[in-house]
Write a protein that binds this ligand. Structure first.
Ligand code: SF4
Length: 364
């Protein structure tokens, strides 16, 4: 059952259709300091502005009451804080909020807030659409439109943060929304710099996960960045043939190259790797698939996240049966693989990535 889509539940201003001012959220602290220096303003003003934006959740320059009025006016003339608007909001009873964010050029992306105990996790998009073509995913059905900017990624975080109560704070970030984050690595890393900085959202990189289908050169760049983000590699199949069917980009890369790059990431960072496996009824949920998967993962320090598929209208894939889920789990556990079956949060809403955009008939 889908809950009704709310159209007027935005906690932050919805931007005007055309605005040629610069997006403030695109700027690093140093870049803002540079702009302030041009205006003959002291460096510490940049930290004040960041503090208002990321910790005090200001919606406008007007609220930044410890800035001189003239500076607030200059900021207002040069920058827009929020550049997008919320085209739709869905909330489910389990505490999941999903936003469909409309960008200034009409492109739409999704992002999600999940409330789980004390955790306040968000799942954020990195591209409009996706070029990876995973056959079961609504986001990739029409290919990729463009990369998001650093500011557009940060704005999703702030729009989700604005939905929290005053005493709550964001605790975890997952780059697992629409798009392949490693295909837009520079901007994703820029946005995550704001997310983890003490002047930004102050979220430890150990609580930030970057999800990828596995692009080895970009995994190596990420390893060399020296920041210990968690890496989640979407495997979805235990052998070359099936993976190339389900994740077409695999034809050019190969499952062994993906696993070797993941091993190098582990060697560089010492962070336990996560592998994701969307369990599709009758496709990759056989006991034999579980055995092959166990052979691949057995000697690796990994956590395997199995995600029973949410059926998407218009796609020919089915949710696996309870029996196949439990057989799959038993086979992996008895082979000694650390495995977790992820609870499907947001079942009442269009929870699968790309589903809300598609069902709302957004720009495809
Ligand atoms: S599952 Fe992720 S990588 Fe695959 S098409 Fe969808 S958004 Fe892209």
């Amino acid at each position: 059952m889908n809950l009704p889509v709310l159209q007027s539940d935005s906690r932050l201003p919805n931007a005007a259709a055309s605005d040629d001012r610069q997006h403030l959220l695109d700027l690093s602290l140093e870049q803002l300091q540079g702009w302030l220096a041009e205006k003959k303003q002291p460096k510490f003003r940049a930290k004040q502005i960041f503090h208002w934006l990321y910790q005090k959740r200001a919606r406008s320059f007007d609220e930044m009451s410890d800035l001189p009025k003239k500076l607030r006016h200059q900021l207002e003339e040069s920058f827009v804080v929020f550049q997008a608007s919320e085209a739709a909001v869905q909330s489910s009873r389990d505490g999941t909020d999903k936003l469909l964010v409309r960008l200034p050029d009409g492109g739409e992306v999704e992002c999600v807030l999940l409330r789980d105990g004390h955790r306040r996790s968000i799942c954020v998009s990195s591209q409009v659409g996706c070029a990876m073509g995973c056959v079961f995913c609504a986001s990739g059905l029409d290919g990729v439109d463009r990369n998001l900017t650093r500011g557009e990624i940060v704005e999703q975080m702030l729009r989700l943060q604005a939905r929290l109560d005053d005493g709550e704070r964001l605790s975890h970030i997952v780059m697992m929304g629409m798009g392949e984050p490693l295909a837009n690595l520079d901007r994703v890393l820029g946005a995550l710099e704001t997310a983890r900085s003490a002047d930004g959202l102050g979220i430890s990189p150990r609580r930030i996960t970057i999800s990828t289908v596995g692009l080895p050169p970009a995994i190596d760049r990420l390893a060399n960045s020296g920041v210990p983000y968690n890496l989640a590699v979407s495997l979805h199949a235990p052998n070359e043939e099936l993976r190339s069917q389900l994740v077409p980009v695999n034809k050019k890369i190969g499952i062994d190259a993906v696993l070797e790059a993941a091993d190098r990431y582990f060697d560089a960072n010492g962070r336990r790797l996560t592998f994701e496996y969307v369990l599709l009824g009758g496709v990759n949920d056989d006991i034999d698939h579980a055995r092959q998967l166990a052979r691949r993962l057995r000697n690796r320090n990994v956590m395997l996240n199995v995600i029973p598929y949410n059926a998407v209208e218009g796609l020919p894939y089915e949710t696996p049966s309870k029996q196949s889920i439990s057989q799959f789990r038993e086979t992996l556990e008895s082979a000694g693989v650390n495995v977790m079956f992820r609870q499907r949060k947001g079942d009442e809403i269009d929870a699968a990535c790309g589903q809300l955009r598609r069902n709302r008939g957004g720009k495809q």
